[in-house]
Design a protein around this ligand. Sequence first.
Ligand SMILES: [Zn+2]
Length: 120
Amino acid sequence: MSRDHTAEQWAISSLELMTGMHDWRTQHPTATLTDIEQALDARLAVLRAQMLHDLALASTAATWPTTPTPAAHCPTCHVPLRPRGRHRRRLRTHGGKRLVLHRPYGICPQCHQGFFPPRS
Ligand SMILES: [Zn+2]
């Protein structure tokens, strides 16, 4: 991940969030505090998901280039997993936003279960 590019995207998204909230407030002059809070939270959740996605990708790239680490074992059979490239892992953030990460994936040669190995 390009640090400059990512930070720039976050800055743009933050600015869009703030101007978007300003416009929203102008369009909703009678909004209650709860309405404002909900509108703001919805936008913050989007930004939060984007940052989380970028930061998670950064740590994956830094610590785990393409395949599961040699230490990744099947938790049942205790044998090393066979790398199976990257799969999409769908997660949900605390803000309720969907997050799709491409994570290394391994198959156990004995029980044929697939895992996203835990990272150290
Ligand atoms: Zn197994």
